[in-house]
Design a protein around this ligand. Structure first.
Ligand SMILES: NC(=O)c1ccc[n+]([C@@H]2O[C@H](COP(=O)([O-])OP(=O)(O)OC[C@H]3O[C@@H](n4cnc5c(N)ncnc54)[C@H](OP(=O)(O)O)[C@@H]3O)[C@@H](O)[C@H]2O)c1
Length: 305
């Protein structure tokens, strides 16, 4: 069973599970604007993540659960809680009610390791805590860093600019960033399905295996750009712009991505993973290195609308 199957990452997990021959049950939120991204081979349960009865019905007989639903935009902690925390709790309750021993994989985020930075990071941390306090059935937490690839709308504009020779460095200080191509994350889910016993009640960070991550010159190089202009954007400029965006979102009523909390995330000097433990536990190996990953991402026309 998979939640978040209509999102950027969930769509690729959906495809790779179906390609591997797994029968797939999807929890689709009622009113989702992205139902067209579901493959007709999926068994779809239209059910809110707060609907205890619907979740119980959907989870019945599921051999494993992959929780990939998540809120990545919002103004306050409350905006992030339903998908990042309450939904996790509701699925665990459904499993407990069913006395299910099926393993659950939570797609969390490296941001959960720094909950003080933003409402998003805090909510991902709280979602993880839900699992850590849960003893009735096995669970695993995966913490990806920034994920990029076809269908992505967040990294793509940045990578496009880098390829054109313009590198904006948030905060202006050198950064080291781990990255992960989306299909390798989907591959990690497959690997977990084959080896969840070895990952039981454990938390893993995973990336593309590049030790020490990438600095911006390295990302520009991977994008095929040998001559580029690097512009450091001071923290106070980003923070001011994010504050304005936050206020505009309040008036206009949209869920913002670019917030003061996001600026604190973006200006960290390092976001690094070490995938060795997950590789050892599952045999998973990331296949896509940054140059080909960027090429595949920028060729993609499947932009989420
Ligand atoms: N993208 C990254 O770089 C990255 C990095 C690390 C971790 N992650 C984590 O990976 C997960 C997926 O991220 P993504 O980039 O694929 O995000 P996304 O494209 O925004 O997709 C989010 C998914 O969650 C569903 N969802 C959101 N709120 C929901 C709610 N209240 N009830 C039920 N379903 C809800 C969405 O359904 P609808 O289609 O109906 O809106 C969609 O299927 C998130 O948990 C995120 O924290 C992402």
């Amino acid at each position: 069973m998979l939640t978040g199957a209509t999102g950027f990452i969930g769509r690729r997990i959906q495809s790779s599970l179906l390609a591997a021959g797994f029968p797939l049950r999807i929890i689709l939120r009622p009113g989702s604007k992205h139902a067209r991204h579901l493959d007709p081979r999926c068994e779809v349960h239209s059910c809110s993540l707060s609907d205890a009865v619907g979740l119980r019905r959907a989870a019945e007989g599921a051999r494993a659960i992959v929780y990939c639903a998540g809120s990545v935009r919002g103004r306050s902690l409350d905006d992030f809680l339903p998908a990042n925390v309450a939904g996790v709790s509701a699925i665990l309750q459904a499993q407990a009610a069913l006395k299910s021993q099926s393993p659950l994989l939570l797609i969390s985020s490296l941001a959960a390791s720094r909950p003080e930075l933003s409402h998003y990071a805090h909510s991902k941390f709280l979602g993880e805590q839900m699992l850590r306090e849960h003893v009735a059935s096995p669970w695993t937490i995966l913490r990806p860093p920034a994920v990029y690839g076809p269908g992505d709308t967040e990294m793509r504009p940045i990578l496009k600019m880098v390829r054109r020779g313009l590198v904006f460095v948030p905060g202006g200080k050198p950064q080291q960033l781990s990255l992960l191509y989306v299909d390798d994350l989907a591959g990690a889910v497959l690997a977990w399905l084959g080896a969840w016993q070895q990952c039981s009640n454990m938390t893993f960070s995973i990336d593309d295996g590049r030790e020490g991550g990438y600095d911006w010159p390295g990302i520009a190089h991977a994008a095929g750009c040998t001559r580029y202009r690097s512009l450091g954007i001071p923290y106070f400029v980003l923070a001011g712009a994010a504050r304005v965006n936050w206020l505009v979102s309040r008036v206009a009523g949209f869920a913002p991505m670019f917030t003061p909390g996001k600026v604190r995330e973006l200006t960290q000097t390092d976001w690094l993973c070490d995938n060795a433990a997950f590789v050892q536990a599952t045999g998973w190996k990331p296949r896509t290195q940054l140059p080909s990953g960027i090429r595949l991402s920028l060729e993609d026309r499947d932009l989420k609308t």
